[in-house]
Design a protein around this ligand. Structure first.
Ligand code: FEO
Length: 394
């Protein structure tokens, strides 16, 4: 990535990963991602804020050369995950005078992950400041965005918040700043759903903590910079609120068509009742889309055939994922089919202990669905409608 000037003496010098399609071997990246690292040149000291994923090391080093940086005084590490910390060891080798500035938890993780010796660290506490001369960094501990050690940096004179994963989006773009707000908010919502949603309560606390700061710009470590920060701050407030929407997400697998027939019937019944519904065929779908839908949906329906006496592994995956993501979902319906018996419903229920939701149904058809199964699905749609009405969603 080319060196890009954010403001006077503040540069974005990280890398754009146009081709990456999977993060943590789990999260789809349909639009690639960026690993943003920032260089701040104060009148007395120079700081590098985060680094890049190891395969992109060359880009970061080239950018430092382009700016003729022969001394770095501080490397600020906001988060120990390797996409930001993976090149720190190399930077410390090239710039032997640099101190690695981070909080106590992150120090411990960086020592474990990268075997960085203790003497290279300068450990800071919450709200501690560090002067670069004419620029002052304030460190704010913001745990769980995305790991327990995460923190952000507020550059006081420029009113810029360097937020690392917090407020980020996986979006490879040559544009330094947000230009299409609708598009970026969609990417940011996907990112929130996949990375941040499990830590909703802690994120709310971090948002409250940031309320005391006047922020002109948010510079995350993935995706473009927000020069109108309220759009992403308000979106986060909405996503982390208790509010759910009049929406049903159906995550299903069908082997021979019975479960799919039931899903289609339920979809139509819910549409008839004025409820937004989105079915996801788990064999085809991008799980990021599913995660994004779970940010707001009041109800999740899991659909599965019975295979090897239990739920289909595709449905197991969706249940485990939903349980890990901890969405606000208030109701969970279970539908599906079986040939001669099994424990699909019991097994699915044991997989979702984190979801504090009412279980609706189940509706299971023996073989291809028949009249009584359709009646049961209509009853399930009625139940969902009543639950949504009780929540004042319709
Ligand atoms: Fe971008 Fe949690 O790393």
């Amino acid at each position: 990535m080319a060196v890009r000037k954010v403001r006077e003496n503040i540069y974005s010098i990280g890398a754009i990963d146009w081709d990456r399609r999977l993060f943590d071997e789990l999260i789809p990246l349909p639009k690639g991602t960026t690993y943003n690292a920032y260089l701040i040149k104060g009148s007395e000291k120079t700081a590098l804020l985060d680094t890049v994923d190891p395969p992109m090391e060359g880009e970061l080093l080239t950018n430092l050369k382009k700016l003729n940086i022969d001394r770095i005084d501080y490397v600020i590490s906001h988060h120990a995950e390797q996409d930001h910390s993976g090149t720190i060891s190399k930077i410390l080798e090239i710039y032997p005078e640099a101190k690695l500035v981070t909080d106590d938890k992150c120090k411990s993780m960086l020592m474990d992950l990268h075997l960085i010796p203790e003497e290279r660290f300068k450990v800071i506490k919450d709200k501690e400041t560090l002067s670069l001369g004419d620029k002052t960094l304030e460190f704010i501990l913001t745990p769980w965005v995305h790991w327990p050690e995460t923190m952000v940096t507020y550059l006081k004179e420029d009113k810029i918040l360097f937020s690392c994963d917090f407020f980020g989006s996986h979006y490879a773009s040559s544009e330094l700043f947000v230009t299409d707000e609708t598009k970026v908010l969609e990417d940011a919502k996907r990112y929130y759903a996949e990375i941040m949603m499990p830590f909703r309560a802690q994120i709310k606390r971090n948002l409250e903590k940031l309320e005391g700061y006047e922020i002109d710009m948010i510079a995350p470590s993935h995706g473009p910079i927000y020069d109108k920060p309220n759009i992403i701050i308000n979106a986060y407030k909405d996503w982390t609120s208790l509010k759910v929407k009049n929406e049903v997400v159906i995550a299903y697998v069908s082997m021979h068509g019975s479960t799919k027939k039931m899903v289609n019937y339920l979809v139509d019944a819910l549409i008839d009742k004025g409820i937004k519904v989105t079915p996801y065929n788990l064999i085809e779908t991008d799980i990021g889309e599913l995660a994004m839908s779970l940010v707001d949906a009041a109800t999740l329906v899991l659909g599965t055939p019975t295979v090897l006496v239990g739920p289909h592994p595709g449905a197991v995956y969706a249940a485990v994922l939903a349980n890990a993501l901890k969405p606000k979902t208030k109701n969970i319906g279970i539908i599906g089919s079986y040939g001669w018996g099994g424990k699909a419903v019991d097994t699915l229920k044991t997989l979702i202990p984190n979801l504090k939701a009412d279980i609706l149904g189940p509706v299971l058809s023996k073989g291809y669905p028949q009249d009584e199964d359709y009646k049961a699905l209509l009853k399930l749609a009625d139940e969902i409608q009543k639950k949504h009405k009780d929540l004042n969603l319709m």
